[in-house]
Design a protein around this ligand. Structure first.
Ligand code: NAD
Length: 469
């Protein structure tokens, strides 16, 4: 069975979805009803490799396009619209020099991709990581388009990244890299055009340097050019916790749906950065017991529960969660398979694959990370009745509060944390309910449902605008 065939079987027990009424073709009347690009893709590698090696072979851009194709098929999307939405609108690659502390000049490669601008300016984070590729950034940009549409905020999707391991750079070198990268992508970014935010290995300080660089070139302060800034520079209350808080709002709703009592539930979290460590704290505040966490160096497991504030302090002191007193060290592959009720992947892509999906014990998988599960894994988890909260819904709290920050910046306003969290709760709860209603209507998994919601919204906006010129 091909990968595509497997994807098509995603909802095989479903009542057939009634195709939406066909609109007047957006493209040429009588257009070829087939998708523009052949749907062949690299299958997941079935070999005795480790989870990490399997992940390295899966191209996130191909995964993103398969997910889109699935929704486009079910929506009977106009072929012309399909061709447009299947590709990014703009891809910029830059190679730029940075003077290092030892006086040498190194050249780094970075990307900024805008997938779709139909519903508003591009929005998406900047990632600093040694494994960044253009295809990864394209996938992340496309996922941002759908994410903004799922939660109904007026943005298109963008993403950026630099191929660098920032842990090997001094703070001065990271600042120089950030300022020059900002300058290189300035042809694309701006508060009305494309608004970056933090992602893996970037933070409020990096956003402050980006904002300052852009503002220097404009000659005045432009806080709305990036989000995730420090509060003192126009950042929003609650932005730092927003991704994790949105994830926890989704988990609360999902737990209600599967009749899981969070107060007696156990949770495992892969990734202990902004999304993962704050999700650990917030889910513990809901009464759940966090039994395992991990970072890039590996994980720790303690079946009777970890004291999260002590793990945070331990990581700050030792640079790793491993070696935490009273817990057993485990690998990043093992953490996904520990006994728990809720699993939160909060690190990188392609962690849950056909290789390990059958061994996942959680009843709820909450994707705080972008793209942590492959389509093959989705199918297996759905077959086994695992309730999956897909990334484009589960981690949308981050971009939602980024949107609040941008609105506050443009209005020179500042909202209290209580106002931010209440507005966030309203948006996440509504998006979860809308997605769940589609999943129930079509008897399909939550990812397919979220895609049906998002792709339809973006397609409608694109069709209403018409084709320029
Ligand atoms: P971060 O840099 O703060 O943290 C990343 C964490 O993942 C770190 O603990 C790191 O040690 C760990 N990690 C790295 N490689 C790993 C590996 N191979 N195995 C296990 N752990 C590994 O980044 P973040 O902002 O928390 O982002 C994490 C995920 O959440 C990413 O997929 C990101 O795109 C997604 N996300 C973040 C936000 C946000 O607002 N920060 C919003 C939406 C989605």
């Amino acid at each position: 069975m091909t990968q595509r065939a497997i994807l098509d079987a995603d909802c095989e027990h479903a009542t057939p979805v009634a195709a939406p009424p066909r609109r007047v073709p957006w493209g040429r009347p009588g257009d070829d009803p087939q998708p523009a690009v052949a749907k062949t893709a690299q299958p997941e590698v079935a070999s005795p490799m480790t989870t990490e090696q399997v992940a390295a072979h899966i191209n996130p851009w191909e995964v993103a396009q398969w997910q889109f194709d699935l929704a486009a098929d079910k929506l009977n999307l106009d072929p012309g619209l399909r061709r447009v939405l299947r590709q990014p609108r703009r891809e910029l690659t830059v190679h730029f020099p940075v003077k290092m502390d030892d006086g040498s000049v190194q050249v780094f490669t970075g990307y900024r991709v805008q997938h779709n601008l139909g519903r508003g300016p591009a929005k998406g984070g900047i990632r600093y990581h040694q494994d960044v590729t253009l295809d990864e950034v394209k996938a992340l940009a496309m996922w941002m388009t759908w994410k903004c549409a799922v939660v109904g905020i007026p943005y298109g999707g963008g993403k950026g990244g630099v191929i660098v391991d920032p842990k090997k750079l001094s703070s001065k070198e990271v600042e120089a890299l950030t300022r020059r990268f900002t300058t290189e992508i300035e042809v694309l970014i701006g508060p009305e055009r494309d608004i970056p935010a933090p992602d893996v290995n970037t933070n409020a300080q990096v956003m402050a340097w980006m904002m300052d660089t852009y503002s220097m070139h404009q000659g005045y302060t432009v806080p709305g050019v990036v989000t995730g800034k420090p509060i003192s520079l126009g950042g929003s209350e609650g932005r730092n916790e927003a991704t994790a808080r949105g994830t926890v709002f989704c988990i609360i709703d999902a737990a209600r749906e599967v009749s899981l009592d969070l107060a007696s539930a156990t949770v495992a979290i892969q990734g202990f950065g902004n999304a993962g460590s704050i999700a650990a704290r917030l889910i513990a505040e809901e009464g759940a017991t966090v039994v395992a966490v991990s970072d890039s160096t590996g994980g720790i497991h303690k079946p009777d529960g970890l004291d999260i504030s002590r793990v945070v302090a331990w990581k700050e002191e030792h640079g790793t969660v491993q070696g935490f007193p009273g817990a057993k060290d485990i690998t990043n592959a093992e953490i996904l398979e520990v006994s728990c009720d809720v699993l939160i992947p909060a690190a990188l892509e392609n962690q849950i694959t056909s290789r390990n999906a059958g061994r996942i014990q959680a009843r709820i998988v909450a994707e705080a990370a972008n793209g942590p599960s492959t389509p093959e894994a989705d199918l297996e988890l759905f077959r086994r009745g695992v309730f999956m909260i897909p990334d484009i819904l589960c981690n949308a709290g981050g971009v939602t509060v980024s949107y609040f920050e941008w609105v506050q910046d443009l209005n020179r306003d500042h909202w209290s944390e209580q106002v931010v969290n209440e507005k966030l709760r309203g948006i996440m709860t509504r998006a979860f309910a809308e997605t769940l209603a589609i999943a129930k209507r079509d008897q399909c998994d939550m990812r397919t449902a979220a895609y049906l919601l998002a792709v339809q919204r973006v397609a409608d906006a694109t069709a209403m605008r018409g084709l320029y010129p």
